[in-house]
Design a protein around this ligand. Structure first.
Ligand code: FAD
Length: 316
């Protein structure tokens, strides 16, 4: 089922994102996180994609060898496992970085054979050794190009022009939006201008970057509507849970923490204090978002299923 068909059900849905386990850990870690959240009837579960990173390994005689390592493989396999174990729609994240268009096409064919009909189309971040995003040879350079490739497959247009009378591959496509703008964008208006290009190319809905100030989300939605974007916009919520988040969230996700939140945050002495505050703040955010009629709230669980469950219990 397409995720957007679920949005039409009326009340605010519950959905969440999980990360594949670190290489060496089995899928039971994922099942445990999902089991904690089953009682809230998740409408769909997103699974992130992690491209390779380059590290230097010490070899004989002190030589350093540059090696590509993927620490969290398994996105497609986990999606299939979720779909068939729990009968819940799984949404794999697809990124441009690290893939040629041919490889992307093959991944989409695999997904369609597995019965997966939803994807979140993303560009991906630059890898640590790059100052800016560099597409792979023959790969998509932006989420817009990825959306265009997926929509071409929906019309039966494959990369290999010798493929004739092809069956179309139909996916429901989500894309990312940034209430506080994407970190590379000079301003929010231009970011929304490029977001609209993704929608005009055929994306079906938007999931936002996490945020802690609902006013910024409501303003973003209003500006998207003014710009002519009419698709559903799903807020992303990630509760604070660690003392380090006061610096990590602005640095890593390029979001502000509201003053009222930081006043309380600096009083916290332990991670447990932060998690209690983070839960309370997220509950308040979610209640207001539900009141405003958002189609779904998307939780970034980051392996912390219990905290998401505590929030869901208070708001659903
Ligand atoms: P794009 O939509 O391509 O935009 C990237 C930047 O380019 C923006 O600043 C945009 O304004 C600008 N831009 C677009 N078109 C043009 C143009 N024509 N000219 C100039 N500028 C332009 N990353 C992962 O690696 N794996 C994941 O699983 C993952 N999941 C995510 C889930 C969500 C909900 C979100 C919000 C992000 C996720 N990310 C993930 C991070 C994402 O890959 C990064 O934020 C990335 O830097 C941008 O991806 P995008 O799809 O928004 O890119």
């Amino acid at each position: 089922m397409r995720v957007t068909d679920k949005f039409r059900e009326g009340s605010t849905l519950f959905s969440f994102e999980i990360l594949p386990p670190q290489k060496g850990k089995n899928i039971d870690h994922i099942y445990q996180a999902i089991d904690t959240l089953l009682e809230f009837d998740p409408a769909y579960i997103n699974v992130t994609y992690h491209r390779e990173e380059y590290i230097y390994k010490k070899r004989e005689k002190g030589y350093l060898e540059k090696v590509a390592v993927r620490k969290r493989p398994g996105t497609v396999g986990i999606c299939a496992a979720i779909k068939y174990k729990y009968n819940i729609e799984a949404v794999p994240h697809l990124i441009c970085g690290g893939f040629s268009k041919d490889e992307t096409e093959n991944a989409l064919i695999d997904l369609s054979f597995l019965g997966i009909r939803n994807v979140l189309a993303l560009r991906g971040d630059p890898i640590k050794t790059e100052t800016h995003f560099v597409p792979s040879e023959g790969g998509n350079a932006s989420a817009l190009e990825l959306v265009q490739q997926i929509r071409n497959l929906g019309r039966g247009l494959y990369m290999d022009e010798d493929v004739k009378d092809a069956d179309p591959l139909d996916f429901c496509v989500g894309v990312a939006g940034y209430p506080e703008k994407h970190f590379e964008s000079p301003n929010l208006a231009l970011d929304i201008h490029f977001l609209k290009q993704k929608i005009d190319a055929g994306a079906d809905y938007i999931v936002t970057q996490l945020f802690y100030d609902n006013a910024k989300f409501f303003d973003f939605v209003a500006k998207c509507r003014e710009a002519g974007i009419s698709v559903p916009i799903i807020p992303g919520i990630k509760p604070l849970s660690l003392l380090s988040h006061i610096k990590f969230m602005p640095k890593f996700f390029h979001v502000d923490l509201p003053e009222a939140l930081t006043i309380e945050l600096i009083k916290c002495r332990t991670d447990k204090d932060v998690a209690a505050l983070g839960t309370e703040w997220a509950v308040t955010q979610c209640k207001e978002l539900i009141k405003s009629g958002v189609p779904s709230i998307h939780f970034y669980t980051m392996g912390k299923g219990q905290q998401t469950a505590d929030i869901a219990k208070a708001v659903y």
